[in-house]
Design a protein. Structure first.
Length: 133
């Protein structure tokens, strides 16, 4: 998703299968900012907000917007990657969750970055890959 016409691009991703919320925190999504412009770019204040629905429920849980820890500028071709904890995912409840990710640019613009479908499983054997022997 293009953040602005200067050449800043934002993308999201996540594992499609995760464990439930634990003492280590909630499942996370990944956010990447890329400078595709021919020169260094100043990075505006960016925040990520998520809205989570479980099993196609009409009710959504909206997270508090989290400020990205992006540098003040990205060099030409530079990439900033960050993981964001999604507080509305898990809570010990297995199921399929739809996560809508919105990028808040400065104080006045909301940009949908897309939807992710994440399955939360309680069984660690289902979540973790089989051990290599």
């Amino acid at each position: 998703q293009v953040v602005d016409d200067r050449g800043l691009v934002a993308t999201i991703g996540a594992a499609t299968l995760a464990g439930s919320a634990t003492k280590q925190g909630h499942p996370r999504i990944g956010v990447a900012l890329t400078n595709v412009a021919p020169a260094e770019l100043d990075v505006p204040r960016l925040r990520i907000e998520t809205r989570v629905r479980k099993n196609d429920s009409p009710w959504a849980c909206t997270s508090t917007a989290q400020t990205l820890k992006a540098p003040p500028a990205l060099e030409k071709g530079g990439v900033h990657r960050e993981t964001i904890e999604v507080s509305c995912l898990g809570f010990g409840a297995a199921g399929i969750y739809d996560v809508e990710v919105v990028l808040l640019v400065d104080a006045d613009r909301a940009m949908p970055l897309g939807h992710l479908r994440i399955e939360i499983a309680e069984d660690p054997a289902y979540v973790l890959p089989a051990p290599i022997r």
